[in-house]
Structure formats: structure tokens, C-alpha cells
Design a protein around this ligand. Structure first.
Ligand code: SF4
Length: 307
């Protein structure tokens, strides 16, 4: 990876990450906040025993409503970085895979995607061949996705916005709709619409997540319409109602988003669900509205269908 000028994500900000911070504030050497078993993903991703999730620190999107602000914001607390060298990362993954499903999730990988090929080669040398999940915010570069194609089995992207003004306001990325559309089309080219499973655990495919934001029903409907019109209604969709105002919006450190200081209303969610079914989606999960009482996804409170 040439860090003379970083263009690995759609920000394409050209930072030399060895010496200076780009938009994501991620240095060239990978910084990883956590590698642990996670049971809160969609059922074919978590399985019965949970997935080994690797949480990259920093983020290329910087959403104002991020629930992981401590490890993803521009001022990541260095005490929260636990892994920096690939040897210790491989050791820890090997340890976690002993108790988890044979699944490895890369969480927020867009700015560290170049680490994945070497990491996977090292795991293969150790005789470890987990199914890999690319769990991303959707703001991904097409060439980067082609680079990781041989190493990724399942894409788990968000589709956050199809409203450019909203994407600019909440994630400083007016081009998110255009870039995420290209990224999802590339994922679809690679994996298609099927989500084949073995004993209830997926080994290939795509699940698209969409989090409904308060006051943004039209954006949600545009996202669902885009998937139906440009990809397929046969895809598995994970419709999420769990939005909960994070502490940076409640403690006054970000003051310009009063509309995001509440949870989703029942009426808002019903409008999106109605459109979801009307468009013909029939595979995936629809989260119960009560899920916004917790900070984390809880798919035990999801209505599953068409699996
Ligand atoms: S990964 Fe970071 S440094 Fe590289 S282009 Fe994206 S925001 Fe800029």
C-alpha cells in the first residue's frame, strides 16, 4: 500500500498516513480496538456460538450519531487500542475462533482494507479458514472491494442514505448515495442475491442493513426503492429501528442535531415497514421498535422471514 497519498476509500483525501492524518485519522499501521465473540448480529452471521468480530479503530465516515464514537471518532482514546501488530492479531483471532463459529467479521474495514489480504494469508498459514464478513458503512471504494474480493465471503454493508443533503449533514459525505450505490453494485456483482447457509450459518452472500433515523422516513424509503430498482428484492435486508441518541448528542458536545436526540416514533417506523413490504422484499429481518431501548443490535427481537 502506497501511503504517499491514500485513496483507499471514496473520501480520496490523499493523505500520507505515515506522517499525517487524513479525514479518517487512521494511521497507516492498523489500530484495532477489539477482537471478541459477538452474538448480536443477524442469525446467519452470529450462528449459535457467535462470530469473532475484529473492530478496527477510526472510521472514514464520522457520522454524528455514531454509537462507537470512542473508537471511531477523530480523537480515538489510545487506551482503547489493544492490537497494533498482525502477529498478536492472528494469535487473538485463533484464540477466539476456538469458541466462536468459524466466522470472522471485519467491522469498519473501509480505511484498513489493505490489511485483510496479509491477515488472511497468515491465518491460512496457521490452518485457519474462517468464513469472512466485511461489515461496512457502505462508503467503500470499488477498486478496494475488488482487491479484497478473494478474501471476503459475505458483505454486510449499511445503506445509510439516498439523500445527499442528509449524508452531508450527518456524515460529511454528500456523495455517499453515489459512492455507496457503486459499492453495493460491486458487492452484488461479486456475490449475487443468494445467502447460502450450512446448518443455519451463512458462507457467502450479502445482507444489506438499513437503520431508520428519526425524522428521515423519506430517506429510508429512497434507500429501499434504490435496492429494489437497482439490485434485487431477493436480497436479504436487515431493517433496523434501534436508533438511540448517543452521548455526544445528549451531552452538548454536538449541538446542531436536535432532531437526533430522540428515538424513532412508531408512526415513522410503520411508514418504512409498509414501504418495505410493498416493494416486495421477502428475505431478512425487521427489527422490533422496542430494540431502540438498547444501544446494541438485538436480533432476538427481530421478525425473520423468507430465510
Ligand atoms: S481511508 Fe482515510 S486517509 Fe484514506 S482516503 Fe479514506 S479518509 Fe482519506
Amino acid at each position: 500500500m502506497d501511503f504517499g497519498a491514500c485513496h483507499i476509500c471514496p473520501r480520496s483525501c490523499g493523505a500520507n498516513r505515515r506522517v499525517a492524518a487524513g479525514f479518517c485519522h487512521a494511521p497507516s499501521e492498523p489500530e484495532i480496538a477489539s477482537i471478541c465473540v459477538h452474538k448480536g448480529e443477524e442469525p446467519p452471521i452470529s450462528g449459535a456460538k457467535g462470530i469473532c468480530n475484529l473492530f478496527f479503530a477510526h472510521c472514514n465516515l464520522q457520522c454524528v450519531f455514531c454509537q462507537n464514537h470512542d473508537i471511531s471518532g477523530t480523537a480515538v482514546d489510545k487506551d482503547k487500542i489493544f492490537y497494533k501488530d498482525l502477529d498478536s492479531v492472528v494469535d487473538r483471532i485463533a484464540e477466539v475462533l476456538q469458541t466462536s463459529e468459524n466466522m470472522l467479521g471485519f467491522v469498519s474495514p473501509s480505511h484498513y482494507a489493505y490489511v485483510i489480504p496479509e491477515l488472511m494469508e497468515r491465518l491460512h498459514e496457521r490452518g485457519l479458514f474462517p468464513t469472512t464478513v466485511y461489515n461496512t458503512n457502505g462508503y467503500d471504494d470499488v477498486e478496494t472491494l475488488q482487491m479484497v474480493e478473494p478474501y471476503v465471503d459475505i458483505y454486510l454493508p449499511d445503506l445509510k442514505y439516498m439523500d445527499s443533503a442528509l449524508a452531508q449533514k450527518y456524515s460529511h459525505a454528500a456523495d455517499y448515495p453515489e459512492k455507496a450505490a457503486k459499492a453495493l453494485q460491486e458487492m452484488f456483482r461479486q456475490k449475487g442475491s443468494a445467502l447460502p447457509c450450512d446448518d443455519g450459518v451463512a458462507f457467502r452472500g450479502i445482507i444489506i442493513r438499513h437503520l431508520v433515523l428519526p425524522g428521515a422516513v423519506e430517506n429510508s424509503i429512497k434507500c429501499l426503492e434504490w435496492i429494489a430498482d437497482n439490485l434485487s428484492t431477493n436480497l436479504h435486508i436487515s431493517l433496523m429501528s434501534q436508533y438511540f441518541p448517543p452521548k455526544q448528542l445528549l451531552d452538548g458536545s454536538m449541538k446542531d442535531f436536535p432532531e437526533l436526540t430522540r428515538t424513532l416514533s412508531e408512526d415513522e417506523y410503520e411508514q418504512v415497514k409498509e414501504k418495505f413490504y410493498a416493494l416486495g422484499f421477502h428475505k431478512g429481518w425487521v427489527q422490533e421498535l422496542a430494540s431502540n431501548e438498547s444501544f446494541r443490535p438485538d436480533f432476538s427481537k427481530k421478525e425473520a422471514f423468507g430465510n
